[in-house]
Design a binder for this molecule. Structure first.
Ligand code: KIV
Ligand code: ZN
Length: 510
């Protein structure tokens, strides 16, 4: 049985999903959960992209102890210096540097000859080796590169000291047999390849990312790159939970395993979905809400007689449990703290006090409080930006034949209380117009989504908004038993991020 190492890029390639914009605290929360899941490497970001990115990679590098922390860098010396600045405090660090190798990228994007590509790749790896013992080199668009040239590049960077060689299917173009052949050719033709890890990295443009990844494993790669829930650039990356479960369920066939704690998959998937605002479709393999639901009578009958008739994965295997009702009105601070620890949170005393106060408030509004409610409650308050505006009050006048009117009161950072009212096309519109007035911000509402955290009429409502202002895009999340209050909170949270982010990001061309 071979062990396949897992390289998670949810915080880098995953964060490149359109509209996703995680704060440092959200990234840290995800990184700590990935560590609990047992991934070998966490690509925490792209340190040279902006001071904010560097800071969040550094924070993750300081806090995560059991996974290697990776920063992406272009094959440029200054990018590599930034990666080192971000990773120098890590228990275990890895540089991931890349350069495109395909004819299309060489001609149109890089304007480089083959010789120049090799020269730059080697220079990047050699510079990286001054700081890092572990250097990964990726041949961007590797799957569309001429195989003889790919062999030349890989030989050169292996000779320069790269310890992991990654061949990305950057545009999701390859097929399982074709991709497997690339690795076979490298294994047969590169001297010293047996001393490096071979890695695959697949995108899902043709819906083949997981199939291509599994084909690469069969061909001999020992590291798999991907993201939780398959989020990522365009159609996304290979979904790591699907790869892990394919190996686990079909060990008989693949003869390979991972070191992941599979029972952490459900929690990781929910956290990533909640913090990124990228919802998991009901029919998604392994983590979708319907992945273990049996609808047809024939199937239900079969499952009742013998579960393996129609179920190849037990939900408990990936950590789905029934909604145990755990805490309620009479639960004390101690029980609440124990629950948070069980759910994987490490809160400061101040955060714990705040979460407990909000939990008690929720118990007054909602009879049964489930694990999901507590997670939503705590995550909604993971704030790492100053709260430029805090919601004090929102009031609404609504009738199906009258114009909705909202009044909103907010408190600013310096304690000033501001109040405004506005009419709108609907309740949410009027609230958002009132907030725009009170904050004097001009933003575009790019997206608005609402979901219920659990079932029942008193379920918590969770609202996600995406706002843009010029070049900046931010997300905000708000939770409440009242969806209009949740809507106001989500909008203000996004505005707070916008205020905090202005002046931070730098345009990076990959
Ligand atoms: O898809 C890709 O080519 C990448 C590289 C930067 C590794 O994400
Ligand atoms: Zn990628």
């Amino acid at each position: 049985m071979r062990t396949i190492e897992i390289f998670d890029t949810t915080l880098r390639d995953g964060e490149q999903s359109p509209g996703v914009n995680l704060s440092s605290k959200e990234k840290l929360e995800i990184a700590l959960q990935l560590e609990r899941l047992g991934v070998n490497r966490i690509e925490a970001g792209f340190a040279a992209a902006s001071p904010g990115d560097l800071q969040s990679v550094r924070e993750i590098a300081k806090r995560v102890k059991n996974s290697t922390i990776v920063s992406l860098s272009r094959a440029r010396l200054l990018d590599i210096d930034k990666a080192w600045e971000a990773l120098r405090d890590a228990e275990s660090a890895c540089l991931h540097t890349f350069l495109a190798t395909s004819p299309i990228h060489r001609k149109y994007k890089l304007n480089m000859t083959k010789e120049q590509v090799i020269e730059n790749a080697v220079a990047a790896v050699k510079h990286g080796k001054k700081y890092f013992d572990m250097v990964e080199f990726s041949c961007e668009d590797g799957s569309r590169t001429e195989i003889p040239f790919l062999i030349e590049v890989v030989q050169a960077v292996v000779d320069a000291g790269a310890r992991i060689i990654n061949i990305p299917d950057t545009v999701g173009y390859t097929t399982p047999a074709e991709y497997a052949n690339i690795f076979t050719q490298l294994l047969n033709n590169v001297r010293g390849i047996e001393n490096v890890k071979l890695s695959c990295h697949c995108h899902d443009d043709l819906g083949m990312a997981v199939a291509n990844t599994l084909a690469a494993i069969q061909a001999g790669v020992t590291q798999v790159e991907g993201t939780i829930n398959g989020i990522g650039e365009r159609a996304g990356n290979a979904a790591l939970e699907e790869v892990a479960l394919a190996l686990d369920t079909r060990k008989d066939f693949y003869q390979a395993t991972t070191n992941l704690k599979l029972e952490e998959i459900a929690r990781t998937s929910k956290l990533v979905s909640r913090l990124t605002g990228m919802f998991v479709p009901g029919n998604k393999a392994v983590v979708g809400a319907n992945a273990f639901a049996h609808q047809s009578g024939i199937h239900q009958d079969g499952v009742l007689k013998e579960v393996t008739t129609y179920e190849i994965i037990r939900p408990e295997r990936v950590g789905f449990k029934s909604n145990r009702l755990v805490l309620g009105k009479l639960s004390g601070r101690h029980a609440f703290k124990d629950k948070l620890i069980e759910l994987g949170y490490q809160l400061s005393q101040e955060e714990l006090d705040d979460a407990f106060a909000r939990f008690k408030d929720l118990c007054d509004r909602k009879k049964d409080v489930s694990d999901e409610d507590i997670v939503a409650l705590v995550d909604a308050k993971l704030v790492d930006v100053p709260e430029a505006y805090t919601l004090e009050n929102v009031q609404l006048s609504y009738g199906n034949n009258s114009i909705p009117t909202a009044s909103v009161r907010v408190r600013t950072l310096n304690g000033e209380v501001l109040e405004e009212a506005a009419c709108g096309n609907g309740s949410v519109d009027s609230i958002y117009k009132a907030i725009d007035r009170v904050t004097n911000e001009e933003v575009v509402l790019e997206d608005y989504k609402i979901v219920s955290v659990t079932h029942g009429k008193d379920a918590l409502g969770e609202v996600y908004v995406r706002l843009s202002q010029g070049d900046y895009t931010v997300q905000g999340r708000g939770v409440s038993t009242d969806v209009l209050e949740a809507s106001a909170k989500a909008y203000l949270r996004a505005l707070n991020k916008l205020v905090a982010r202005r002046g931070d990001a730098v345009e990076v061309v990959m």
